[in-house]
Design a binder for this molecule. Structure first.
Ligand code: PGA
Length: 259
């Protein structure tokens, strides 16, 4: 197991921040990014702010991502955005299958699969979200749900393509609720995912795979989560909307590899 992978800390701003607000948040994070060079930082603003955020982080190692993508390159698809457009705007990453997309906008494992392929065609790194509802957890169906989502959306990828994606385990009951998964709950699912990857793609792939945790990550709980063997970083919502809390999470994340 590669214990010295660079932790990834991605901030999903969701439908927050105007262009002006996004520019100033990105600039503030950029001004202090050198402190957390040992983490890969990814800012994921709304579509309208991508170009400005990209400009604001110029000269740093901060990466920019988008919150969704469509699977066609162009055409009559009102309201959608193509991988080509995101790439040109400065994105290197794209979140696919976030539970809010699944819950409110009809995203399915099949649309996730198509979007992942489209992103990869344009060298965008997909951050694919999976996770169970509270009801599924209470019924003991968590692992079954995770394995079914993986089978249908990403385990159809070739080994070459699979190594280009990032996974994010986000229990739906923990998103925006201030109720994060305990480190043990997160590790149980992360190590389960790693075992499934090993079965499907082999040992090397599974040790390289990046599996993020998301759901009420805060500075105060991030070290206990990142300390778990199979947690490689975070997808942060609410706490990524302020520079100080986002950077504090990144500082906790880099402690994983210290001594
Ligand atoms: P949260 O959101 O950190 O506000 O819980 C996480 C996410 O939706 O990715």
């Amino acid at each position: 197991m590669d214990s010295l992978k660079k932790p990834v800390v991605a901030g999903n701003w969701k439908m927050h921040k105007t262009i002006t607000e996004a520019r100033s948040l990105a600039a503030e994070i950029a001004s202090k990014a050198a402190e957390v060079r040992e983490a890969t930082l990814i800012l994921i603003p709304p579509f309208t702010a991508i170009c400005e955020v990209k400009k604001a982080v110029e000269g740093t190692e901060i990466k920019v991502g988008a919150q969704d993508v469509f699977w066609e390159d162009q055409g009559a698809f009102t309201g959608e955005i193509s991988p080509l457009q995101l790439k040109e705007a400065g994105c290197e990453f794209v979140v696919i299958g976030h539970s809010e997309r699944r819950q409110y906008f009809g995203e399915t494992d099949e649309t996730v699969r198509k979007k992942v392929l489209a992103a990869l065609r344009h060298n965008l790194t997909p951050i694919v979200c999976i996770g169970e509802t509270l009801e599924e957890r209470e019924k003991g169906q968590t692992l079954e749900k995770i394995s079914s989502q993986l089978e249908k959306s990403v385990f159809t990828l070739s080994p070459q393509d699979f190594q280009k994606i990032i996974l994010a385990y986000e229990p739906i009951w923990a998103i925006g609720t201030s109720r994060n998964a305990t480190p043990e709950q997160a590790e149980e699912v992360h190590s389960f995912i790693r075992n499934l990857i090993a079965e499907r793609y082999g040992k090397t792939q599974t040790s390289c795979a990046i599996i993020l945790y998301g759901g009420s990550v805060k500075p105060a709980n991030s070290f206990s989560l990142i300390r778990e063997k199979d947690v490689d970083g975070f997808l942060v919502g609410g706490a990524s909307l302020e520079a100080e809390s986002f950077l504090a999470i990144a500082r906790e994340a880099v402690r994983k590899n210290e001594g």
